[in-house]
Design a protein around this ligand. Structure first.
Ligand code: EPU
Length: 355
């Protein structure tokens, strides 16, 4: 790959003013960045550092813009990571390392891995966004999370201006969570990510109910990684709106995790409630079910709505402001709290209401 860090020449980054962010966020919210810089080579981060760019304000880092909501015109500069490059390295143990630049499109990377016969990320097909954003929230779908195939990543430390490698253990991955959303928030910028994939003897994950049902309906009993990839693409296309047709940021909230006690109380009232046991005494409840039960599925209020095929997805029917979308989310939160006594937590990053 264009091993970006060792490439010696890179153009000086151009800082632009008053850049329209609407095409750069999948919710399609209007917002203007006072200062904007696009990075297509990691060395440009060091140049910015040496020029004092990071001294005044820490930038908002933008990947595919598929997991954030701009509440208003951001004060902080916006830094778009567009570093490209892919590299495959075979290892002695038969596994393969696939390294990709932070700005690569995630789904294109999954497609590339299938074309090369590499297994491990087929369940993560069609997740919007970039490679660099994937570890931040430990993307996951259909029984697989990024952490299951993660090898390491290179990140730029804003304060020191140095590059550092983080192993899986150092990333502290959790459900849609990592150290980059917590202790290291606003401190590092992911430059590339390396995944450890299988060349042979793929470890297939077909237990997720929706995926299993879909494969059965296609009469596929011994699926290949390509079959799984195709199934996930079909399921997602049927349930989730395409941001190029209708603005959205995927699941707006995380699925809440309840203690055994909370879970039992709720189940006695709603015996039909779906749930997944996680850990010894905790249960994950689909937020989509709670939202649907609270009466929000397919509901539209002004320019904002809850998607007709998946109640966890908030959509911009056109022209919605960040604030309108945020208020819609607050109303959903409030009604789920009133109905079930459960607090939904946003999965998307809300930019503009941080301290
Ligand atoms: N359900 C409803 N109403 C709905 C949709 C779903 O009641 O409108 C119930 C059904 O019982 C269904 C269950 O919720 O079986 C789970 O639904 P689904 O399989 O669509 O998954 P999810 O829990 O809503 C999570 C991820 C998705 C990921 C899918 C598939 C989170 C926050 N979301 O959604 O990730 O694609 O599982 O693995 O964990 C994303 O993060 O942006 C995202 C789309």
């Amino acid at each position: 790959m264009p091993n970006a860090q060792t490439k010696s020449v890179s153009d000086k980054p151009v800082i632009r003013e008053n850049v329209n962010l609407a095409p750069l966020n999948t919710l399609g919210v209007e917002a203007v960045a006072r200062r904007f810089v696009e990075i297509d080579h990691p060395n440009q981060l060091r140049q910015l550092h040496d020029d004092g760019f990071f001294d005044r304000q820490i930038p908002i880092v933008l990947g595919g813009g598929s997991n954030l909501l701009f509440l208003n015109r951001p004060d902080r500069p916006v830094l778009k990571m567009s570093v490209s490059g892919r590299d495959i390295e075979a290892r002695e143990d038969g596994s393969v390392l696939l390294k990709a630049g932070a700005g690569e499109n995630w789904h294109q990377l999954v497609k590339h891995s299938i074309e090369k016969g590499l297994g491990g990320i087929e369940n993560l097909a069609l997740i919007p966004g970039t490679v660099g954003a994937a570890p931040i929230q430990n993307i996951g779908a259909y029984g697989v999370e990024l952490k299951d195939v993660f090898h390491n990543l290179t990140a730029f430390e804003i304060e020191t201006g140095k590059f550092r490698t983080y192993t899986a253990a150092e990333c502290n991955f959790g459900y849609r969570d990592s150290i980059f959303k917590r202790e290291l928030k606003n401190q590092v910028i992911v430059c590339d990510v390396t995944l450890q994939l299988t060349k042979n003897a793929h470890d297939l994950n077909v237990d997720y109910k929706g995926l299993n049902d879909h494969l059965e309906s296609k009469k596929i009993s011994d699926p290949t990684i390509k079959d799984i990839f195709n199934s996930v693409v079909e399921i997602r296309r049927a349930k989730l709106p395409d941001p190029s047709d209708i603005g959205n940021a995927g699941s707006f909230f995380k699925n809440p995790v309840l203690s055994e006690e909370q879970f039992e109380t709720l189940r006695s009232n709603y015996p039909e409630m779906p749930s997944y046991k996680v850990g010894d005494d905790e249960y994950k409840i689909p937020a989509a079910w709670l939202i649907e039960k609270a009466g929000w599925k397919g509901k539209r209020v002004g320019n904002v709505g809850t998607y007709k095929n998946q109640a966890l997805v908030i959509v911009n029917h056109g022209g919605a402001t960040g604030e309108e979308i945020y208020n819609h989310a607050l109303k959903i939160q409030e009604s789920v709290r009133n109905t079930f006594d459960i607090d939904l937590r946003p999965e998307v990053n809300i930019v503009g209401n941080e301290s």
